[in-house]
Ligand binder design. Structure first.
Ligand SMILES: Cc1cc2nc3c(=O)[nH]c(=O)nc-3n(C[C@H](O)[C@H](O)[C@H](O)COP(=O)(O)OP(=O)(O)OC[C@H]3O[C@@H](n4cnc5c(N)ncnc54)[C@H](O)[C@@H]3O)c2cc1C
Length: 375
């Protein structure tokens, strides 16, 4: 049973944001900037957020050469430039909000390892640089083949190395901590353990039904506007939204004495990615090799994917050397027909910002800004 105090003060909000990941917190912060007098609440199902934000690789990137080449063939120039611009602007805005130090942002740059399979993308490097010139006013992709040996990669597999000075890396745990702190300082309430099971329209307001084991009956929150920011899990609340979950698995090595590289590295159109994490290697991806089994929202790792990643680590990155693994985990991304996110109103009081296709670190702040503009 609900008390009078709960009913009158704690369950009625001006704005409710569903999902306490990157997008949910950035949306709540954007709302707090724009409407400082409003009562804003984030409802997160986990004790810690449990989707993609705190389980990702921490790349601050906007698309590798072979990924953009592939997307240009598939989606055309206009869409790809729009996507790259949204990602780059999003990254700049994110850094503006959080600052660099608090999230351990490091501007080490990004690289792509090119093998035989992606030689066509490499041959189009100048053409792609020209297309990106309108956005960046400089050549983004530079050939740095001399580093293949000094970074210790397997030269029998890797033919070229392409550098992008505009990319960086960050600590995803500190990013979450920083956003939670900013949201709280702005007066946003973040409630965890709040699993939203349903959203119902009640004329001029929305009712948000929350289940939690501690409460025998569902709690009903009410708000003027509701923002769905739960990415891969959105179609459970709004079945009309087309979003497919896709799992990403990650491993981290034990420290490596004299690790020869720093930066964020892409391979195979970005399906495989690795970076230095201090003097360890974080490596993830290969979802495209296991498309059926990874089209899931189950947050667990599988021996098939982790073994595949370990073999890439051993054969390509470390050129035959071995290193022990200290951590493995997985997270869930949201995919659809295009890589552009869905930012729209479902009805005048219900709005969504979801489906970040594995690059939400870059896209979320832009999407948060856009979704708040809908009200
Ligand atoms: C392994 C991996 C590596 C990645 N690497 C990168 C990278 O290097 N760079 C990059 O840009 N992007 C990367 N991404 C993608 C990026 O992390 C996501 O696009 C981004 O975090 C999406 O943020 P979000 O807040 O929209 O979603 P999420 O972080 O998934 O947050 C959604 C939240 O909603 C909550 N939720 C779900 N359903 C409900 C409900 N019914 N009620 C209440 N709460 C609910 C979940 O618990 C979750 O905390 C990676 C993703 C993965 C999985």
């Amino acid at each position: 049973m609900i008390s009078f105090w709960e009913k009158t003060a704690l369950l009625k909000k001006d704005f409710i944001v569903i999902g306490g990941g990157l997008t949910g917190l950035l949306t709540a912060i954007e709302l707090a900037f724009k409407f400082p007098e409003k009562d804003i609440c984030v409802l997160e199902r986990g004790i810690l957020p449990i989707g993609a934000t705190t389980r990702n690789a921490g790349f601050a990137c906007f698309g590798s050469l072979s990924e953009l080449y592939h997307d240009l063939l598939k989606e055309g120039e206009t869409k790809v430039l729009e996507l790259v611009e949204q990602r780059f602007r999003g990254l700049q805005k994110l850094l503006q909000i959080t600052g660099k130090k608090a999230i351990q942002y490091e501007p080490f740059g990004g690289y792509e390892l090119i093998d035989d399979k992606h030689i066509a993308a490499f041959q189009h490097i100048e053409e792609i640089n020209q297309k990106l010139y309108t956005l960046f006013k400089k050549s983004v992709f530079q050939v740095v083949d001399n580093k293949i040996t000094s970074y210790g990669f397997n030269q029998n597999v890797i033919n070229h190395l392409v550098y992008n000075p505009l990319e960086g890396q960050l600590h995803s745990g500190y990013l979450m901590k920083r956003l939670q702190k900013i949201a709280t300082q702005k007066g946003v309430t973040v409630l965890t353990g709040a699993n939203v099971s349903k959203i119902e329209n009640n004329q001029s307001t929305e009712q948000v039904i929350v289940t939690n084991e501690t409460w025998r009956k569902p709690l009903i929150f009410e708000a003027e506007h509701v923002f769905v920011c739960n990415n891969a899990f959105a179609s459970a609340l709004c079945p009309e939204l087309k979003v497919q979950p896709g799992r990403g698995q990650v491993l981290v090595t034990e420290p490596i004495y004299h690790l020869p590289f720093k930066g964020s590295f892409h391979y195979d159109e970005g399906f495989i990615y690795f970076r230095n994490l201090g003097n360890r290697i974080l490596l993830g991806g290969a979802r495209n090799q296991f498309l059926m089994s990874e089209a899931t929202d189950r947050i667990e790792t599988t021996s098939e994917v982790i073994s595949y990643l370990q073999s890439f680590l051993h054969q390509v990155i470390l050129n035959g050397e071995s290193v022990a693994i200290s951590d493995t985990w997985s997270g869930i991304m949201g995919f659809g027909e295009t890589k552009l996110p869905i930012v729209q109103s479902i009805r005048p009081t219900l709005h969504v910002a979801i489906r970040f296709s594995g690059m939400g670190v870059a896209l979320a702040s832009h999407a948060a800004e856009q979704v708040v503009q809908l009200i």
